[in-house]
Design a protein around this ligand. Structure first.
Ligand SMILES: NC(=[NH2+])NCCC[C@H](N)C(=O)O
Length: 368
């Protein structure tokens, strides 16, 4: 298929929908895993693992859940009219439900001697399990044709529309771990300076192993003592908290959502981990329920784009449509959009503006 132009883009997006993954999506999921840049531990390009992922997701969407546990909810961005799956994204209800979730936490130590009249602040990285309780947004992969479109934002943020509806299933703290900086040869300078000494494997290999095998090897082999940053290579230090070049816009969008850079970074590539309390997110604060009113597409007034989600757990659907409200607060939807969402006139849908205010990039000074 040819590149969608800006003009055809919104037209094409009309038929795109976020829905839970099904077993029929397995081949597409495998493709998306293979084409993720860089490859993701949370989305291993391995048919068996992906099959398990789908089974697990179906159980999560259809199960009764009162508090977050080891559920994984996997979504796809689909063009069901053409039978195409264009992207995927997952929510892990609890980052470290069965095994701990490992990060490095940036800390400061003071090395002082009164006798020698020296006082040095030394930055360290200490292994941490603190992020284990957070709900993790992960395993994002999108067909490159849709990069930079509103479909990308929909795929990334529809998960928030889901969490907003089923708060008991998720932690109050949400986190996103971005792939870390890799150089032009796809090497991780942080890995070369740190992990390499303990694993004698390339970053790509270890990233793959972490995806398809149990993670207990991390605890067994990673150094237990804090790392002193001055002892790392300058290239490794420069990579701490730095995202992979292909994920710059994604990070920016999540910062605009209200996520904040935390003191935690990835243990392999030192990629940034952003966190926040969910109530602080723009999409949570702006989300509002509206009854649906059906209107033919050509009679709808012009309005800002919004994410619009139905209220069906296992039948969750979320689309981008115009945020066109009637004077009495009904959301005016075309019959085509209502059909995509599986809602009739009078049913309530959750809506939140797609456009975000611009990002504030700051390190959270508190306990985040
Ligand atoms: N770059 C990576 N593949 N990191 C994955 C390993 C650590 C990850 N935080 C976990 O505990 O699951």
């Amino acid at each position: 298929m040819s590149e969608p132009t800006a003009a055809t883009q919104e037209g094409a997006l009309r038929m795109l929908v976020i829905r839970p993954v099904t077993m029929a999506d397995l081949p597409a999921l495998e493709q998306l895993a293979e084409h993720a840049v860089p490859r993701l531990t949370n989305l291993p390009a391995n048919r068996e693992r992906l099959e398990e992922r789908i089974v697990r997701s179906e159980a999560a969407f259809n199960g009764e859940v009162d508090y977050p546990g080891d559920e994984h909810y996997t979504f796809v961005l689909a063009d069901d009219a053409r039978g195409e799956v264009l992207g995927t994204a997952t929510i892990r209800a609890q980052a470290g439900a069965n095994e701990a979730y490992y990060t490095y936490r940036q800390e400061t130590l003071i090395h002082a001697s009164q006798q020698l009249n020296v006082r040095r602040e030394v930055q360290t990285l200490a292994l941490s399990h603190e992020v284990s309780d957070a709900t993790l947004l992960c395993a994002f992969s999108l067909n490159p044709r849709y990069k930079g479109t509103s479909a990308e934002s929909l795929l990334r943020r529809a998960r928030l529309m889901f969490i907003a509806q089923y708060p008991e299933r998720f932690s109050r703290i949400l986190a996103v771990a971005f792939p870390g900086y890799l150089d032009a040869r796809s090497e991780s300078p942080f890995w070369e300076s740190v992990g390499r000494h303990f694993f004698a494997r390339s970053f790509q290999e270890i990233n793959h192993i972490a995806g398809v095998r149990s993670k207990s090897f991390i605890a067994e082999v990673m150094p237990q003592f804090p790392l002193y940053l001055p002892l790392l290579t300058p290239q490794a230090r420069a990579a701490i908290g730095r995202e992979h070049p292909a994920h710059e816009e994604a990070l920016e969008e999540m910062l605009a959502e209200g996520f904040v850079r935390s003191r935690h970074v990835d243990i392999f590539d030192a990629g940034p981990i952003v966190k926040t309390e969910r109530e602080r997110l723009e999409s949570f604060r702006s989300a509002a329920w509206h009854p649906v009113r059906l209107r033919p597409e050509h009679t709808l007034p012009d309005a800002e784009p919004a994410m619009i989600a139905n209220q069906k757990l296992g039948g969750f659907r979320c689309i981008v449509a115009r945020y066109a409200l009637s004077p009495t607060g009904q959301l005016m939807l075309s019959p085509e959009h209502a059909k995509q969402l599986g809602v009739e006139e009078g049913r309530a849908v959750l809506a939140a503006p797609l456009t975000l205010p611009s990002a504030v990039d700051a390190l959270d000074e508190g306990e985040m």
